[in-house]
Design a protein around this ligand. Structure first.
Ligand code: ADP
Ligand code: MG
Length: 162
């Protein structure tokens, strides 16, 4: 458990569909103003989870992909905007731009891949999701809520360990 986390859930998924379904549960439970921080190696399933998030927000999941040169993309068309940020090629100083702040703290939901590049400068309200590759197609996914609002979100989306 990371310092400051107030609610933790561990989930194991057996394949990409289950990781997407987890993202969809989070999307359905989102009310606006959520910040989802994704940590995990290349291929761990971060983008897969964001695709599910889009499903849960009733946006088009097919437009979600790992951006190559784009740092932040805004998907419209769902219940609220989804900001998808990928910091893989981002130098830490870029993080402090107004543009990124708007993506992170603007209306809607923000999902940030390689979130560890932002820590510890993101404040105290976020949901940290760490994905680890296991045997076969399994992924061990830990969700750690920081702040009451994000704990309520996690609780609403994942009410039991599974
Ligand atoms: P990342 O964004 O972390 O680099 P992606 O979501 O783009 O990862 O890719 C994950 C890859 O792993 C996909 O090819 C997906 O089909 C595969 N995969 C296999 N098992 C799982 C799982 N349980 N959850 C998520 N992705 C999985
Ligand atoms: Mg990705």
């Amino acid at each position: 458990m990371t310092p400051g986390a107030i609610l933790v859930r561990d989930v194991t998924t057996a394949g990409p569909e289950e990781t997407e379904a987890l993202g969809a549960r989070l999307g359905r439970a989102a009310r606006g103003g959520e910040l989802l921080g994704l940590v995990g190696d290349l291929g761990a399933g971060k983008t897969c989870l964001v695709r599910g998030l889009a499903v849960g927000l009733e946006a088009d999941p097919d437009v979600v992909h790992s951006p190559t040169f784009v740092i932040a993309t805004e998907y419209r068309g769902g219940r609220m905007p989804l900001h998808h940020v990928d910091l893989y090629r981002c130098d830490p100083p870029l993080v402090d731009t107004a543009f990124l702040r708007e993506a992170l703290y603007g209306p809607g939901v923000a999902a940030v891949e390689w979130f560890e590049r932002l820590l510890p400068d993101v404040g105290d309200e976020f949901l940290l999701v760490t994905l680890r590759t296991g045997a076969g197609d399994s992924r061990a996914i830990r969700l750690e809520a920081h702040g009451e609002r994000h704990a309520a979100w996690l609780h609403a989306a994942v009410t039991k360990d599974d």
